[in-house]
Design a binder for this molecule. Structure first.
Ligand code: G3P
Length: 220
């Protein structure tokens, strides 16, 4: 089970890494836009900084913002050249599928994003995507089950023996993560606050307070 953090914020990535369980980082253009990045040079430096934080602790997904084949290839090659830990994140569109095929033939890792159906996941896998990112929360937002989609994609990948791995994205709560664990999903990518929620339990806090209180009542 791998835990990725879904952010482009260096402070949050450092904090997640300090817990000792971080396996990588996923970013997207909206997350990048929240940081102080204003040009291509800053973006390069930002991704380098993220890669230097994770070091050998995993992969960093960097998303293309182009949507036509030639431009995706050019941008993806540029992103992949920044650091060996970079995974080129590509949207599930027609030119995205073609680009995934191109990168897989060049042994460049890809993460196919904005996955909302089994058919999209299967096409990404057939094109050779290293990872697919189904968006659980956004499916729930439109009153369908994001977790059901994850189950169906995992079933299809197992059935057809695809090597493509699932990174469950758009995580909104700990239940999403716990259910992914039960299904046996390769990885979840979540915001920092949800990572922190995973170890918090009121009975742990009550128990710990009592242990310390009992100890201090006898031992000075
Ligand atoms: O990075 C992709 C995905 O995790 C986005 O999540 O919360 O914006 O739906 P969210």
């Amino acid at each position: 089970m791998k835990f990725f953090i879904d952010t482009a914020n260096l402070k949050e990535i450092n904090e997640a890494k300090s817990i000792g369980i971080l396996d990588g980082v996923t970013t997207n253009p909206s997350l990048i836009a929240k940081e102080n990045i204003y040009n291509k040079k800053d973006i390069l430096q930002h991704y380098l900084s993220i890669c230097n934080i994770v070091k050998d602790r995993g992969r960093v997904s960097a998303e293309v913002i182009n949507t036509s084949y030639d431009k995706i290839i050019k941008e993806g090659m540029y992103l992949a050249s920044i650091h060996p830990r970079i995974v080129v994140k590509i949207p599930m569109i027609l030119d995205g599928i073609k680009s995934i095929k191109y990168f897989s033939e060049k042994n460049i890792k890809t993460n196919c994003t904005l996955i909302f159906s089994v058919s999209q996941a299967i096409l990404a896998a057939k094109a050779g995507a290293t990872y697919v990112s189904p968006f659980i929360g956004r499916i729930d937002d439109i009153h369908y089950s994001g977790l059901n989609l994850i189950k169906e994609i995992q079933y299809a990948f197992d059935k057809y023996k695809f090597n493509t791995k699932i990174i469950a994205a758009s995580i909104r709560n700990t239940i999403h993560i716990l259910e992914c664990i039960k299904i046996g999903i390769f990885a979840v990518t979540s915001p920092l606050n949800i990572l922190h929620s995973l170890y918090k339990h009121p009975l742990t806090d009550i128990g710990l307070n009592k242990f310390i209180k009992d100890y201090k009542s006898k031992i000075s």
